[in-house]
Design a protein around this ligand. Structure first.
Ligand SMILES: [Zn+2]
Length: 157
């Protein structure tokens, strides 16, 4: 599941086509259908995804969370022009919960609000995984924010 989540904002109604550098080209969303076993059929307009590329779709109601789908097959559509249909692999879950977490850094004590996806029965582990994906040095005992990590690395140099 965690492989299919990206803590990055995708504007509503858009699809980000991620290139190998992790930058996104925005396409318009025409349709998204979730099928069995984590299969998704995504129709968009603009750009053209390639097999093995990742697509980001906004998670409804989120601040900065996207679903990250892997493209398995692509075909271009005749109508409307510039449209395409991609078969993708995504999370095989019907529902997951989007939660917000108030966290403060153990070094600089600055408080932040982070979003995380709860998908297992272990809310704390899901929160720690989300912190790590958002650049924190995190365990259940200790949390250090990305800017403190940067400061430390700068001092070490
Ligand atoms: Zn800090």
């Amino acid at each position: 599941m965690i492989a299919y989540i990206c803590y990055e904002k995708t504007p509503a109604g858009k699809i980000q086509l991620l290139n190998s550098q992790g930058h996104g080209v925005l396409a318009d969303t025409l349709a998204v259908k979730a099928g069995p076993n984590g299969g998704y059929e995504v129709q968009g307009k603009g750009g053209l995804p390639e097999v093995c590329q990742h697509l980001l779709l906004p998670v409804k109601g989120s601040m900065n969370t996207s679903l990250k789908l892997q493209v398995l097959a692509v075909e271009t559509l005749i109508n409307p022009s510039g449209a395409w249909k991609a078969s993708c692999q995504g999370p095989d879950v019907k529902e997951f919960s989007l939660r917000r977490l108030d966290v403060s850094c153990d070094e600089c004590h600055v408080a932040s609000q982070l979003e995380f996806v709860e998908y297992s029965q272990h809310q704390q582990e899901d929160a720690v995984a989300a912190l790590q994906m958002q650049g924190w040095l995190a365990s259940s005992q200790k949390q250090i924010c990305p800017s403190c990590i940067k400061k430390k690395t700068a001092l070490d140099d």
